[in-house]
Design a protein around this ligand. Structure first.
Ligand code: NDP
Length: 336
């Protein structure tokens, strides 16, 4: 059984040396437990927060602990009456080939054709997009919605749902390939390359009526370009701020907080953060129903960036934090 543990606390951008591959004996399930084999492991930006000591909504992972992560698992042995050998489940096995569970954290996966969708479209990132956009952003037909990391797991779904709501959607992404995909494959109205030296100007030209909903995934220079374009009564669901996840202190440069405060007040802007974990009890069923239908009839889709082999998970997580992924990052840990 291979597993990857946190070897050192990263300073700034993590390096592969911050992780260690270990080999352990295959665990045996006790009464009430199941033994899980991991087929897919989801890699997500929140993992950067879990391996840091700074305060967040979840306690930091201790050195030597197995890296956390959502997984698609096959039940390979069961001593729990609720599960049978061969069942496909959504679990939290983390970065390891095999894990034990008492079944409390497992959910059955019905879509056996695309089981990895339980980690993206039909799971946490899809739910994040759905909740943040519809419950906080509340886009109206004809309004302009802007979303960053537009080809990513959350951003790509945000834009597609906003289109279904009749909004005009402008994506922001790193590089022309991603931008082309977002417009041609996902049907956004426009997409601007955040690396373009003229980025702020191009964004303003793409949003001639201003911005009514800005779905915030990144912060940093992207938010600086968005802020002056926000309309009166704009809504800003604050989902993440990945441009700062590796920061070691406050960014240099002038303090822009007064500019933000004045925009919030004078334009009556509503900016609201959320953590999707809080929403499962009430919101997950309606999400599953709506998204299940949209995915089934092809109105919402997602590109997966599949990485083969658990050993490659550390490098892939670093790539995700640097914007080298193209789509939802999923590690294929085992075939069956
Ligand atoms: P993505 O698939 O979007 O991957 C991350 C992307 O972020 C990169 O591909 C890159 O896209 C972009 N990025 C990286 N660095 C920067 C930077 N310095 N400036 C601007 N963009 C950058 O990841 P997810 O869809 O999984 O997550 C998107 C966001 O949602 C993250 O901030 C994450 O933390 C947050 N999140 C929040 C949740 C919540 O409950 N609040 C739940 C789930 C996710 P590109 O190069 O194309 O711009």
């Amino acid at each position: 059984n291979h597993r990857i543990v946190l070897a050192a606390r990263p300073q700034g951008l993590p390096s592969v040396q911050d992780f260690r591959l270990e080999q352990t004996a295959l665990p045996a399930p006790a009464d009430g437990q199941v033994l899980l084999r991991t087929l897919y492991l989801s890699l997500d930006p929140y993992m950067r927060g879990r391996i840091s000591e700074s305060p967040s909504y979840a306690p930091p992972l201790a050195l030597g602990e197995v890296m956390v992560g959502g997984t698609v698992n096959r039940v390979v042995a069961s001593r729990n009456p609720k599960f049978r050998e061969g069942d496909l489940v959504l679990g939290n096995a983390g970065w390891q080939q095999y894990a034990l569970s008492d079944g409390m954290d497992l959910m059955p996966i019905a879509d056996t054709k695309h089981p990895s969708h339980a980690l993206s479209l039909l799971g946490m990132p899809g739910f994040t997009a759905y909740h943040g956009l519809l419950k906080i952003g509340d886009p109206q037909p004809g309004e302009t919605v802007v979303v960053a990391s537009a080809s990513g797991a959350v951003g790509s779904v945000v834009g597609q749902i906003a289109k279904l709501r009749g909004a005009r959607v402008v994506g922001l992404a790193g590089g022309l390939d991603k931008c082309r995909y977002v417009v041609e494959e996902l049907g956004f109205d426009a997409c601007i390359d955040r690396h373009d030296p003229q980025f702020a100007q191009l964004l303003a030209e793409a949003c001639t009526d201003g911005i009514d909903v800005y779905f915030e995934n990144v912060g940093g220079a992207v938010f600086d370009a968005v802020l002056p374009l926000l309309n009166e009564h704009a809504r800003v669901p604050v989902c993440g701020f990945i441009a700062h996840y590796n920061d070691l202190g406050l960014p240099s440069g002038p303090d822009r907080l007064p500019q933000l405060m004045s925009a919030l007040v004078y334009k009556r802007i509503r900016m609201q953060g959320f953590i999707i974990l809080d929403q499962y009890e009430e919101g997950f069923e309606p999400f599953r129903r709506d998204m299940g239908a949209w995915v089934a009839d092809g109105r919402v889709k997602l590109r997966e960036d599949i990485v083969y082999g658990l050993d490659n998970a550390p490098a892939a997580l670093i790539g995700l934090l640097e914007g080298r992924n193209f789509g939802k990052v999923v590690v294929r840990v085992a075939d069956e």
